[in-house]
Design a protein around this ligand. Structure first.
Ligand SMILES: NC(=O)c1ccc[n+]([C@@H]2O[C@H](COP(=O)([O-])OP(=O)(O)OC[C@H]3O[C@@H](n4cnc5c(N)ncnc54)[C@H](O)[C@@H]3O)[C@@H](O)[C@H]2O)c1
Length: 390
């Protein structure tokens, strides 16, 4: 069994590590830098399990930038390339996935293509019709960044968008490489269109939950009542649950903002209120946060970290970025503390690499997530991280 995984980001690399415990895996990427690191057993991603699996485990994994070497004779080709939301076309830009599918068909027409990238509803059927090939299957990925391999070792569920022998086998392979009990009912087979909907509705539900607790927090702040006490009281109902309820500046990260917009785009003329509101609520929340900051009349706002949450190794689509944009529009002076940025400027804003300098130059420190580093200056900090959780 040879498996080719295209894209060695959070999704592709974690699947490569997972599957190469039992199968021969070739991981293909356009980045030679990433490929070289992986072949040296170094994870390009800051993820505890990935770091340890690539370094210590005996995995049957090789990375390459050579399409032919990767695709030839592969039984399964897993596509895990980016699908960013394109505001001009009002949909995901699926060109990266389409290029890969077209190459697969040319170089290895008999392979089974598994799309792990998140795609618009109906995309897989469109590809099947275009290439007259049934073995193009969507299988959603549910991992969290910074826990990418962990979430594949302990999956909440494995969804595969077909009921053919090859589709069922693929789900069983993922399960066999996981650490979950094989008796748990984790495998769900359905059509690819249904699997695409599972992915978009799951992420939109998560975004809705974040947006709900953020609106509860805005309400409490204006009414001068305790958000903590209200959330504790609300969340102790087991139907609601005391988790994933810590207020923030907005939902962010690579997936929730774009997946909610894609689902809304797929709704089109279908009557809806909630889906639209989930998308709009995030912007309303950020406006509210900016107004709260302005009310404090700071001369210099210090933005503490651009990352979306603790443990993140990137700041893709982080809610803080929009806060920075909005503050800039209000002509507020800003400085940023973000150790991930080596440059001296970010969008013409000073990056202050020394934390003490950053603290002394800031009148108000704005932090989406608080860290112990700020403990001694808590009187200067504005945050909605009330439960110190992600
Ligand atoms: N990051 C997540 O938490 C997450 C979770 C579930 C689903 N997804 C979805 O999975 C997809 C990938 O996300 P990601 O976070 O792993 O992306 P990523 O940006 O971390 O990685 C993508 C990789 O693909 C490579 N690449 C781009 N074009 C390529 C091509 N033509 N051939 C070979 N390699 C190519 C890039 O160099 C990069 O290494 C997206 O559709 C995303 O929505 C992501």
């Amino acid at each position: 069994m040879k498996i080719c995984v295209v894209g060695t980001g959070y999704v592709g690399l974690s699947l490569s590590a997972l599957l190469s415990q039992k199968y021969h895996v070739i991981a293909l990427d356009i980045s030679k830098e990433k490929v070289d690191l992986i072949n040296q057993g170094i994870s390009p991603i800051n993820d505890d399990e990935l770091i340890s699996y690539l370094n210590d485990k005996s995995l049957d994994l090789k990375a390459t930038i050579n399409n032919k070497e990767a695709y030839e004779n592969a039984d399964y080709i897993i596509v895990a390339t980016p699908t960013n939301y394109d505001t001009e076309i009002g949909s995901f830009d699926t060109s990266n996935v389409e290029i890969v599918i077209s190459d697969c068909i040319k170089l290895n027409p008999n392979s089974t293509i598994i799309i792990k990238s998140t795609v618009p509803l109906g995309f897989t059927d469109k590809m099947r019709r275009k290439y007259r090939k049934r073995e193009i299957i969507f299988s959603p990925e549910f991992l969290r960044e910074s826990k990418a391999l962990y979430d594949n070792l302990y999956p909440s569920r494995i969804v595969v968008g077909d009921t053919t022998t090859k589709a069922i086998k693929f789900g069983e392979m993922l399960l066999a490489c996981s650490k979950k009990s094989k008796s748990e009912k984790l495998l769900f087979n359905m059509s690819s269109k249904e699997a695409e909907a599972v992915k978009l509705f799951s992420n939109t539900f998560l975004a809705m939950r974040v947006a709900f607790f953020n609106e509860l927090d805005s309400f409490s702040e204006i009414n001068n009542i305790s958000t903590e006490k209200i959330i504790d009281g609300v969340s102790s109902d087991p139907r609601i649950g005391n988790y994933y309820n810590n207020p923030s500046f907005g939902y962010g990260g690579y997936c929730l903002p774009k997946d909610t917009k894609q689902l809304l785009a797929n709704f089109g003329e279908i009557p809806n209120n909630i889906i639209k509101a989930v998308v709009e609520s995030n912007d309303t929340r950020k406006d509210f946060i900016v107004e709260s900051i302005i009310k404090k009349k700071p001369k210099t706002v210090g933005v503490y970290r651009l990352i979306m949450k603790k443990g993140s190794d990137n700041y893709r689509e982080s809610a803080v970025l929009d806060i920075v944009e909005k503050l800039l529009r209000e002509k507020i002076e800003i400085i940023i503390y973000e150790p991930f940025i080596d440059e001296i400027k970010f969008k013409q804003i000073d990056i202050v690499s020394n934390l003490s300098d950053f603290i002394s130059r800031s009148d108000l420190i704005v932090a989406n997530r608080i860290s112990s580093e700020l403990k001694l200056v808590s009187n200067k900090v504005y945050s909605r991280d009330l439960f110190r959780e992600n």
